[in-house]
Design a protein around this ligand. Structure first.
Ligand SMILES: C[S@@+](CC[C@H](N)C(=O)[O-])C[C@H]1O[C@@H](n2cnc3c(N)ncnc32)[C@H](O)[C@@H]1O
Length: 344
């Protein structure tokens, strides 16, 4: 093997990410093997140079270091030198930023104060060896160090277009005071990170858009649509937030989502129902094939085992419709589900 790539995921999903990575390796006819750091949300991929992994293509990955190395036995009195030496060995002479990270676990979070302090001696140590900051140089790599403990870290390098700007790939969002449910953050994150152009997408700039929210109660996803002035048909037999109903931008349709028929084409369909992924997939398939929407964001609640295989099966079904965009991501605010964006 020529080198290692480090991938981050939600702790507990390491095997799913490894299965997904091996699927990419097999498509590219590359031999690779994955070492899962179970419970830490990390997967080290031992790979040949030619094996190309893209963060945007991986459902379960949050962050990616294209080149990575495990550095053990960091001495308490000088953790900087072994890390700087490794970056020197990679022939790095400048960097856009240094990102210090730790696993998304309680032990990892306990390192956060240390990480804030460590950035200064590390930057100084790099500078002393001629590795300088070039913040404006978009082609310069980002240098990462993921501390597993005070004694052990994985150092790595990421490049523009194949990295998350958020430490650990975690995009934290603030829960709005008047949000009807925490689920609202899932759709907000999808708008920001999954939708091409984010909030510059035509959905948010066009006048008078309409949306349909299947399985809407109590209204966290409808809240996001209303926030962007999208008139929403909220389909659910359960009760909706009275504030949303009073907004004048919501019609509560107390119906079964599988039987609901829209009055015209919706600018966006969203769906956050807890149901079999294959059932939700068939429902979305129907919406697109009937021409009831051109854009959808929906969740697939995955089983406890073989999550990647299940997700892939659903995506294959929808892929048969040849959409322009079909992207799935295990977002930070997702738990047992993944979020899918489909645009015709
Ligand atoms: C996870 S909750 C949705 C939460 C919502 N997205 C939010 O942000 O507040 C799932 C909802 O789907 C609804 N649901 C499940 N099956 C449904 C069906 N066949 N038709 C309509 N609603 C359904 C449930 O009543 C429940 O309110």
């Amino acid at each position: 093997m020529d080198g290692k790539t480090l991938l981050f995921c939600r702790p507990g999903f390491e095997k799913d990410l490894a299965a997904e990575t091996m699927n990419h390796a097999s498509h590219q006819q590359q031999g690779a093997y994955c070492q899962t750091l179970d419970g830490l949300g990390l997967v080290l991929v031992n790979r040949p140079h030619a094996f190309r992994l893209l963060l945007g293509d991986l459902i379960f990955a949050r962050q990616l270091y294209e080149t990575a190395e495990n550095i053990k036995d960091l001495p308490d009195h000088d953790r900087v030198t072994p890390i700087v030496r490794w970056f020197q060995s990679q022939e790095v002479d400048r960097f856009q930023d240094i990102i210090l990270e730790s696993p998304d676990t309680n032990d990892g979070k306990a390192l956060s104060r240390f990480l804030k302090k460590f950035i200064h001696p590390l930057a100084k140590g790099l500078k002393q060896e001629g590795i300088t900051r070039a913040s404006q140089d978009k082609d310069a790599p980002c240098l990462h160090v993921c501390f597993l403990s005070y004694q052990e870290a994985i150092a790595g390098i990421s490049w523009r277009g194949n990295q998350s700007p958020y430490p650990g790939g975690i995009h934290r969002l603030k829960f709005p005071k008047d949000g009807p449910s925490r689920s609202t953050l899932k759709l907000e994150e999808a708008f920001l990170d999954l939708l091409p152009g984010g909030l510059k997408h035509p959905l948010f700039t066009k006048d008078s858009c309409t949306g349909v929210d299947l399985g809407a109660a109590p209204g966290g996803w409808t809240y996001q649509l209303v926030k962007h002035n999208i008139f929403t048909y909220s389909v659910d037999n359960g009760p909706m937030s009275p504030d949303l109903l009073a907004s004048g931008l919501v019609e509560h349709c107390q119906e079964d989502a599988y039987k609901f028929r829209p009055r015209g084409r919706a600018d966006i369909l969203v769906c956050d129902m807890v149901d079999q992924p294959s059932q939700v997939t068939n429902l979305i398939y129907k919406w697109f094939s009937e021409g009831w929407c051109d854009l959808a964001i929906f969740n697939l609640k995955l089983p406890m085992k073989k999550r990647f295989q299940e997700a892939q099966q659903c995506l294959d079904t929808l892929g048969a419709l040849q959409p322009r965009i079909l992207r799935a991501k295990h977002l930070y605010h997702d738990r047992e589900e993944i979020t899918v964006l489909m645009e015709k």
